[in-house]
Design a protein around this ligand. Structure first.
Ligand code: K1U
Ligand code: ZN
Length: 185
């Protein structure tokens, strides 16, 4: 398995529509494995293919042990609303409150190409909506008010300070933990 680089805000692929997967091949199963590995190393609860530079309609999710590989996912039912904070592995250190449905039912293919439906509420429902948005070129900052979006963009530009790279490397967890212990000493 491999860690994949994560595309950052400003990378055009994050704004593109994804392509429906006609068949789940061994190559795509390897992509799914790499996406899970990358998501765990980056300490995320979800990851969508455009975030790793891919156009296939695929996302992975692990919210409190509810683990799903979603191929061609679509929301087939939703109800209620919740407001809560979101972050994004493609826009690190930027957070904002977003209104989402409280409960959703997602229909997708699994890693073996079998169709399934899964229900999510609260954080799982939020994560499904965030990841499916990625598959249609939408980011959580699109839902912020004009003022909050402007503030988020200003903070992002300051954080980037002239760094024009469109991707970031994910550090394996063991290495990241080793360095953070060094900093504590
Ligand atoms: O798609 C992504 O960028 C991953 C993103 C998903 C997400 C975060 C928060 C709400 C909905 C969806 C992340 O995982 S960012 C990491 C993060 O903010 C987080 C991690 C653990 C618990 C809660 C949030
Ligand atoms: Zn995201």
């Amino acid at each position: 398995m491999s860690l994949l680089d994560i595309h950052l805000l400003g990378s055009p692929i994050l704004r593109q529509e994804t392509i429906v997967v006609p068949e789940v091949t061994d190559q795509l199963r390897r992509l799914i494995d790499d996406m899970f590995e990358t998501m765990y190393a980056a300490r995320g609860i979800g990851l969508a293919a455009p975030q790793v530079g891919r156009r296939e309609r695929i996302a992975v999710v692990d919210v409190e042990g509810s683990v799903h590989a979603l191929v061609n996912p679509e929301i087939v039912a939703s109800e209620g609303t919740q407001r809560g904070e979101e972050g994004c592995l493609s826009i690190p250190e930027i957070y904002g409150d977003v209104d989402r449905a409280m409960r959703v039912v997602v229909r997708a293919l699994d890693r073996n190409g079998a169709r399934f439906e899964v229900e999510g509420t609260e954080l799982l429902a939020r994560c499904f909506q965030h990841e499916i948005d990625h598959l249609h070129g939408r980011l959580f900052i699109d839902y912020l008010s004009v003022l909050k979006k402007r503030a988020a963009q200003a903070k992002w530009e300051k954080l980037r300070e002239g760094d024009r790279s469109l991707t970031r490397r994910v550090v394996p967890r063991a290495v990241a933990e080793h360095h953070s212990r060094d900093e504590e000493l």
